[in-house]
Write a protein that binds this ligand. Structure first.
Ligand code: KG4
Ligand code: ZN
Length: 360
């Protein structure tokens, strides 16, 4: 039997520069260079700094990936590159490198949607069968999707403002906890009382699967200021209780919206109904437990890819590229970099989403 093609994946759409080598479902190498230190002083990702760093580091990532995998450049059968959505300078860096390499090596190139990379990861790790339900939940993304094929997604809903990871990060900042906020808020919440503060459950009163998280962090800010006005500062317990209350509110919103997304998904009577969750926030044990509970109650299987493949990486881009390649889809030198590229072209755009850069 012929070996599956060797695919080189490139990712540079936000603040991680990454290259990976993949054969079939085997990740031979996955190199990710983060840029946290470059942007730390600015309180967010600076697009120009990100683009310059990608341009400087992409070839280094490719060299490291080749070295780790033991493959030579001439062994590569095709190059898969993130061609959107994301910060345009970064996406361009990857696309230009891919074009140059594909032309130089005389091999095909495949433009990949970054969000499709995330959404197809459970097929790379768990060989999930289509159609499955996907919850993408990170610092930049939050949406429910039904995945039917590498280019066939239905978006059931998403956040209309902040992504949950962003809300965790802002909550940590408000409470003086270290970044990234997700792990620090989760750690504090363990010793907190989630019922002490009454926090909102945004958009639960409205039908559908859209979500909103920006009001929650404002509610935390108000509670913090009220405590400071009352008692001159926050005790360790106040902080823990606020974190527990915040996390419980996110959990309750995600659980209820997941229940609704599952009801819509089950109308398609999938043979093996599954919910997959991906993105940095999927690391949160309390949120995961909540989602697993909903799956148990509704007869769905639950899976979450390992964290290294949940957060931004190039193995997922190589994998998504391999599915397209298997369908005969490749792109020529006219491939363009797209700042916006919704997975579901028919869904109405979500107002105000994607503060880390236009996402979907
Ligand atoms: O997927 P990711 O690495 O990057 C993108 O946003 O694209 O996700 C990072 C986000 C951050 O906002 C971080 O605070 C959040 O995931 N996060 C968590 C946890 N670990 C990371 N949020 C909640 N609980 C966690 N344990
Ligand atoms: Zn991402």
């Amino acid at each position: 039997m012929k070996a599956p093609p060797l695919i080189l994946g490139l990712e540079s759409s936000c603040d991680d520069t990454a290259a990976a080598l993949l054969r079939g479902r085997e990740v031979l190498a996955s190199v990710v260079m983060g840029q946290n230190t470059l942007h730390a002083a600015f309180g967010g990702v600076v697009p120009e700094i990100a683009a310059r760093a990608h341009a400087e580091r992409l070839d280094l990532c490719v060299e490291q990936a080749l070295e780790q995998s033991g493959c030579a450049l001439r062994d590569v059968d095709a190059i898969a590159v993130t061609s959107g959505p994301g910060l345009i300078g970064g996406v361009l860096s990857g696309v230009m490198l891919a074009k140059g390499m594909a032309a130089g090596l005389g091999i095909p190139m495949i433009g990949v949607n970054h969000l499709a990379g995330h959404a197809l990861t459970p097929r790379l790790t768990d060989d999930l069968a289509y159609p499955y339900l996907m919850l993408l939940v990170s610092g930049g993304h939050c949406q429910f999707l039904i995945a039917r094929g590498p280019q066939d997604f239905t978006r059931l809903g998403g956040t209309i403002d902040d992504a949950p990871g962003e809300a965790f990060d802002k909550t940590a900042r408000i409470l003086g906890l270290p970044q990234p906020g997700g792990p620090s808020v989760e750690a504090e919440a363990k010793s907190g009382d989630e019922k002490r503060f009454r926090l909102p459950r945004p958009l639960l009163d409205r039908p559908g699967c859209d979500m909103s998280f920006s009001g929650l962090k404002t509610a935390i800010l108000r509670q913090r200021d009220a405590l400071i006005a009352d008692q001159g500062g926050l005790t360790r317990q106040d902080r823990a209780d606020l974190c527990a209350g915040f996390q419980a509110a996110v959990r309750d919103v995600l659980k209820e919206k997941t229940r609704r997304a599952i009801a819509l998904y089950l109308q398609e009577t999938p043979a093996q109904p599954m919910l997959a969750v991906a993105g940095g926030v999927a690391a949160n044990q309390a949120l995961r437990a909540g989602l697993e509970e909903v799956c148990d109650a509704t007869g769905l299987g639950f899976t979450a890819p390992p964290l290294a493949l949940c957060t931004d990486n190039a193995a997922m881009i190589a994998y998504a590229g391999s599915e397209l390649f298997a369908q005969g889809i490749t792109h020529g030198p006219e491939l363009s970099a797209r700042p916006r590229w919704p997975l579901d072209q028919t869904a109405a755009p979500l107002v105000g989403s994607g503060k880390k850069g236009a996402k979907a």
